[in-house]
Design a protein around this ligand. Structure first.
Ligand code: PGA
Length: 272
């Protein structure tokens, strides 16, 4: 008999399946003085709470001070990566358990910049996601095609392979999210077309259904790649989009708060 799926053990992790998940990825930006920005984002997240969930991925150095700062707020924090190992001789790496210990609830795994610059494979991304779930973190597993793969009309094929290989099969459908980030849309100022986002999200959902069946409805699928205050409401309104992974625009509290407010408004309207 197969083992039961590993359930998330951190109640604080994102549990709701019906709310929009808005994530901000700061990448390698932000020093101590950026705590003011984090505080502003936390205020925006709190005023939108109840309808959406907001999580920020600052650099690891800011995690512990930020956790203290945002304690009265509903903003969640996450690490931008974690080790594929639980512990040991991995100089420079941070384990999922350490991120949880610092107060993080989430972690990004398989971001294309990690895959490209650090040679991460689907196999290592899957190990990282597994470590995350076992440590009680909620991983957001990033997938997406390159511009060459897109030009060769291989987008769906690439997404299928990434889902098959980078998503651990032993975890429950309530323990992780997927972020669809076409590589060519990241940091380019050129988000994917609505139709392409919709098609990719539908394909991802179908692939997830193969393994998790109806329970796959619980898996949020986020879009990422040049999301801004001006395109967020159109993207969030697309069928199959359950949230956003925002890079550049999340560094500016005004812009990120505008995206948060836009998501809250949409979520509020659909709840009516
Ligand atoms: P971007 O980055 O919003 O600046 O395109 C998104 C990401 O890399 O997650």
């Amino acid at each position: 008999m197969p083992n039961p799926p590993i359930e998330p053990r951190n109640d604080a992790a994102w549990q709701s399946t019906s709310r929009l998940l808005i994530a901000g990825n700061w990448k390698m930006n932000g020093s101590m003085d950026a705590l003011t920005t984090i505080n502003e984002i936390a205020i925006a997240a709190t005023s939108a709470s109840g309808t959406i969930e907001v999580v920020l991925f600052p650099p690891t150095t800011l995690l512990a001070p930020a956790i203290n700062l945002i304690r009265p707020h509903t903003l969640r924090l996450g690490g931008q990566d974690c080790s594929s190992e639980a512990t040991g001789a991995c100089t420079g790496e941070i384990s999922a358990e350490m991120l949880a210990d610092a107060g993080a609830n989430f972690v990004l795994v398989g971001h294309s910049e990690r895959r490209k610059r650090h040679g991460e494979t689907d196999d290592s991304v899957r190990q990282k996601a597994l470590q995350a779930v076992e440590a009680g973190l909620f991983p957001i597993i990033c997938i997406g095609e390159s511009s060459n793969e897109r030009a060769a009309q291989k987008t769906m094929e690439v997404l299928t392979t990434q889902i098959m290989e980078a998503v651990p099969r032993t975890v429950s459908a309530t323990s992780f999210a997927i972020a669809y980030e076409p590589l060519w849309a990241i940091g380019s100022g050129q988000a994917a077309e609505d139709r392409d986002i919709e098609d990719a999200h539908r394909h991802i959902r179908t692939e997830l259904q193969r393994h998790w069946g109806l329970r796959s409805e619980a898996i949020p699928i986020l879009y990422g790649g040049s999301v801004s205050p001006s395109n967020c409401s159109a993207i969030l309104a697309l069928p199959g989009v359950n949230g956003l992974l925002v890079g550049g625009a999340s560094l500016n509290s005004g812009q990120f708060s505008a995206i948060i407010a836009c998501a809250a408004e949409l979520a509020g309207r659909s709840a009516e």
